[in-house]
Design a protein around this ligand. Structure first.
Ligand code: ZN
Ligand code: FE
Ligand code: FE
Ligand code: ZN
Length: 268
């Protein structure tokens, strides 16, 4: 089984390739199901290199639904979206989510206060903060995101390690708190392989998080976070390996906002 539920498109302003090229890359790689999950218009900052604009959102929906119809014999295509969680934009985000027939909504914390902490252009701000406090704030913010009930998937749950600037405290209690909330909300979290392509050189989240997730019975899904067609399905084997090693037997995804499970394939 080859899938990928976190795929971006050129509409976000920092990804390459047409949507059709992502679909064809998926088919070439033998995927049976994928989901587009481009960035929902980022209301927090009006910047065409961060996300599509509000005007472009209907076009994104139309294009995904058109491709779903056109390729239905070869590939299942889900309509997802990656929405930023920021308390100041919550109401408007809820409105946009409600307006379209999304299969699932990925919730992401990329911003704390006014800091886009995963933007390489804002990296100098790591020097100005206490790193342990930053990690705590980040995990607590994800808990607040889960509490809103707006989202289905928690993406890259330890994105704050992206530049390999690490906390020195034990993070496991924070993992447990967040994972318990994800489970109780009927959501899942994502193993996101994009971390392998950044300074941290490991998947999000780290193995301890996945192990505790399996122990607590929290559903898990997979996404490459592809911003180029060739990255569709990237490092899926690594992600499946970590899932199996941690005790997972099933992979979650969402269709029409309902969770469903596929058996995790045995190791090849
Ligand atoms: Zn992006
Ligand atoms: Fe993200
Ligand atoms: Fe993404
Ligand atoms: Zn992402």
């Amino acid at each position: 089984m080859k899938v990928d539920y976190h795929i971006h498109t050129h509409l976000c302003g920092h990804a390459s390739g047409s949507m059709k090229e992502y679909v064809e890359s998926a088919i070439e790689k033998g995927c049976s199901r994928i989901g587009f999950a481009d960035h929902l218009p980022m209301l927090f900052r009006d910047d065409p290199s961060l996300s599509m604009s509000e005007d472009e959102l209907p076009r994104y929906i139309d294009e995904v639904l058109g491709l779903r119809e056109r390729y239905k014999k070869d590939l299942g295509i889900l309509l997802g979206i990656e929405a930023d969680y920021h308390p100041s934009t919550l109401e408007k985000v809820a409105e946009m989510i409600d307006a379209y027939p999304f299969d699932y909504v990925i919730g992401s914390v990329h911003v704390l206060g006014d800091w886009i902490f995963d933007d390489p252009g804002e990296m100098d701000r790591y020097d100005e903060v206490d790193i342990n406090e930053l990690y705590i704030k980040y995990f607590r913010t994800q808990e607040s995101m889960v509490d809103t009930g707006l989202f289905n998937v928690v993406s890259h749950p330890d994105l704050v390690k992206k530049f390999n600037i690490r906390a020195t405290i034990d993070l496991k209690p924070y993992y447990r708190d967040l994972l318990g909330k994800i489970r109780d909300a009927g959501m899942c979290y994502e193993i996101n392989t994009a971390g392998l392509r950044w300074q941290v050189r490991e998947m999000y989240p780290e193995p301890d998080f996945v192990r505790i997730g399996a122990e607590l019975g929290v559903p898990v899904t997979y996404g490459s976070d592809a911003h180029r067609p060739e990255d569709v399905g990237r490092d899926l084997d690594e992600a499946f390996k970590l899932m199996r090693k941690s005790g997972y037997l099933e992979l979650a995804c969402f269709s029409q906002r309902n969770i469903r499970f596929d058996p995790l394939p045995d190791s090849e």
